[in-house]
Design a protein around this ligand. Structure first.
Ligand SMILES: [Zn+2]
Length: 363
């Protein structure tokens, strides 16, 4: 059963109207409303205020939280910059930031991956407005995260200090860093307390700034992947910077990671599931790079599924499969970035040299 809840204060007519319209459209589409929210509720709309943007404290990782706020940003100003801190401070998966103009209202939507798009409300067109909100949010909120890791301290001893592949990853990480791809406009550490950082890290594997990740195949069954939230320019140790991925456990919904004994491991990048799917389907793919940047003319996904979801992984894997040459594909992730396959990391960086645009188009 698909469940949702609406929490937080709605202190004026527009917010009440918005909350009621959202409730109606989700209930029409077979979502059940829970008030108060039950522990494993799938989707929560949390109305927050700018003075004290209180997070909705999830009980389950699978709860998708949309914070809703009436913004103080004006139309024409840098809305993204004004809005993004509220997304982070309220620990949400998505933010709806409302800006009233003359005769109309615009709702801006933001994602942690820097996605940014808008839906306008014109009085008299309520049905259209709420249907658009539903169509944008429903696929995201019903997607499933695969970001938990199962660590097994069975890494063969000859790999405890890495191999020639991890060496290539180190130098490629430096190249990725030198491309100066926008980390988040706001260092998370500046907006969040230590406790909230831990919460965010536990829920989504978001640990500090991220502008991408990389992986390289070791053999048919295994690949190395960069850890979540680390400085890609300075990747050194196995278990902390390089993680040896041995597969996906469908039953437990976890990524299986081999680590050396006595290491306190870091989590694999949330995109491990996507890379795993691509390696499994395409034996000739030797390396994969993901970056928050764009390239002209790429095939792209239609829905901006969150990072680390099985839906994003499946959609990207499908586009790789359909591409002219799956082992040298460049796939766009809507409102987010690129996933690039190649025979090796060196080959990928050589091929994309000079073709990358830092600005991801948003729609
Ligand atoms: Zn990403």
């Amino acid at each position: 059963m698909k469940s949702f809840a609406v929490t937080g204060k709605r202190e004026n007519r527009f917010l009440t109207f918005l909350a009621e319209g959202i409730q109606d459209v989700f209930m029409e589409n077979e979502y059940s409303l829970y008030d108060p929210p039950k522990d494993d509720v799938k989707l929560v709309f949390n109305f927050i205020d700018s003075q004290n943007p209180r997070p909705f404290r999830r009980k389950a990782q699978a709860t998708f939280v949309v914070s809703v706020i009436e913004g103080d940003g004006e139309e024409g100003s840098d809305i993204r910059k004004a809005a993004y801190p509220y997304l982070i401070r309220s620990l949400a998966n998505h933010l709806m930031y409302i800006v009233h103009g003359e005769g109309n209202t615009t709702v801006y939507f933001l994602t942690p991956e820097q996605g940014f798009y808008q839906i306008s409300y014109v009085p008299g067109q309520e049905k259209d407005f709420f249907n658009k909100i539903y169509t944008r949010l429903e696929p995201l909120s019903s997607s499933r995260l695969v970001i938990n890791n199962e660590f097994l301290d069975d890494l063969p001893e000859d790999l405890w200090n890495g191999d020639n592949i991890t060496q290539t990853m180190s130098s490629s990480g430096k190249k990725l860093d030198q491309m100066n791809l926008l980390p988040a406009p706001f260092p998370l550490e500046e907006c969040l307390t230590k406790r909230d950082m831990r919460h965010l890290n536990k829920l989504y594997g978001i640990g500090g700034l991220s502008y991408g990740n990389l992986s390289a195949r070791r053999d048919d069954e295994h690949f190395w992947m960069s850890a979540s939230g680390i400085d890609k320019a300075n990747m050194v140790s196995v278990g902390e910077d390089f993680l040896y991925i041995k597969g996906y456990d469908e039953q437990k919904n976890t990524i299986r990671v081999s680590v050396p004994p006595k290491v306190k491991p870091k989590r694999a990048s949330v995109d491990a599931i996507e890379h795993w799917m691509i390696y499994k389907e395409h034996p000739e793919v030797g390396a994969i790079v993901h970056m928050h940047a764009w390239m002209d003319g790429v095939q792209a996904t239609d829905i901006n599924y969150p990072c680390g979801t099985i839906e994003l992984a499946e959609t990207v894997a499908k586009l790789v499969k359909e591409s002219e040459n799956p082992s040298k594909a460049v796939i766009g992730l809507k409102n987010h970035g690129l996933t690039i396959t190649g025979s090796s990391l060196e080959e990928i960086f050589e091929r994309i040299d000079g073709k990358i645009t830092p600005q991801v188009p948003m729609s």
